[in-house]
Design a protein around this ligand. Sequence first.
Ligand SMILES: Nc1ncnc2c1ncn2[C@@H]1O[C@H](COP(=O)(O)OP(=O)(O)O)[C@@H](O)[C@H]1O
Ligand SMILES: [Mg+2]
Length: 344
Amino acid sequence: MQEKFTREELLSVLDAAGIGGVTDVSRYGSGHINITFKVETSGGKRYILQRVNTDIFDEAPLKRNVMRVTEFLKKKGVKSLSVVAYDSPWRIYDFLEGYDSRDIAEEPRHAYDVARAFAKFQNDLADFPEPRLDDIIPKFHDTPDRLRQLDEAAKVDFEGRLAKVSSEMAFVDRWRPQASKIVDMMARGEIPERIAHNDTKINNVLTAPDGSAVVIDLDTTMPGSALFDFGDMVRTSSAAAAEDEKDLSKVYSKKDYFEALARGYLEGAKFLNDAEKENLAFAGRLSTFEVGIRFLADYLNGDKYFHTAYPEHNLVRARTQFKMVESMEAQRDEYEAIVRSLLK
Ligand SMILES: Nc1ncnc2c1ncn2[C@@H]1O[C@H](COP(=O)(O)OP(=O)(O)O)[C@@H](O)[C@H]1O
Ligand SMILES: [Mg+2]
């Protein structure tokens, strides 16, 4: 995707949206998907300008979903992104003033806040009207399909990389029997389809000093299981180390952060059925496993999907994810007990 834009190009996009008096346009935030700019104007009003990543997203359904979700939340009086203009692939939001965003949970309180925010987001969308939102990325959390893709990648075996990942592949094989659990339960109707955010990293929540929060980055908001949203929070916000930490002794899931996530989530997600509640801790393990096999597949494919900074980057990431899964497995009884005690 094109990464660099001239000031003239950016000003003309803003001008077409009726935004003049621009004093500054600069790259902003730490998102990895779209290209985001902060726009300052002489009147003091600020905007977020984004160039959507059209390599990943199908533009028309993406726009449709973002417009529908933001309009629905606005009508409900729920603070959300406010779309100023959307002329695909460009879109402009009002800058959400007075909020902070952070890249990692530095204390359990941050994990609690993020889980509460995403739970409320799912809650706010629980009565979203027909028609169903578009599947922006089909089969996004179809774990058996992700395994199939890994098996395909093993056949590609880019530069003989398969030989280097035998212990990771053995880990995957041990996990295979449980990988389809949520997908199967959804197929049987035991776990309902809901509207999920699908990118529940902490930097997709903006928080204000008064504790209020706004969920942003609605690109992957689409039908799915609530469980993967919670699972991905556990994967990202309970992790003791970065996703690409090479020293695996530093990589584990922090129990007090898991407790904070589960507490925040259960306080906000009033709609969960018993099957969902019973699988919250499992969802942490499964979501993390799933991301691990995606990194591993990309490594075997020759790094086609995720941006990498060095040749082993995707392998390093796959290893941290599998180490996180092992850590959650080692704490399985405690994590299950935490969820049970919060449900009492
Ligand atoms: N309306 C907004 N107001 C203030 N900051 C925003 C707004 N939208 C996005 N941001 C900031 O820009 C970052 C990247 O935006 P995001 O939509 O999450 O893009 P990406 O899909 O690349 O992650 C966010 O993490 C947040 O810090
Ligand atoms: Mg983001």
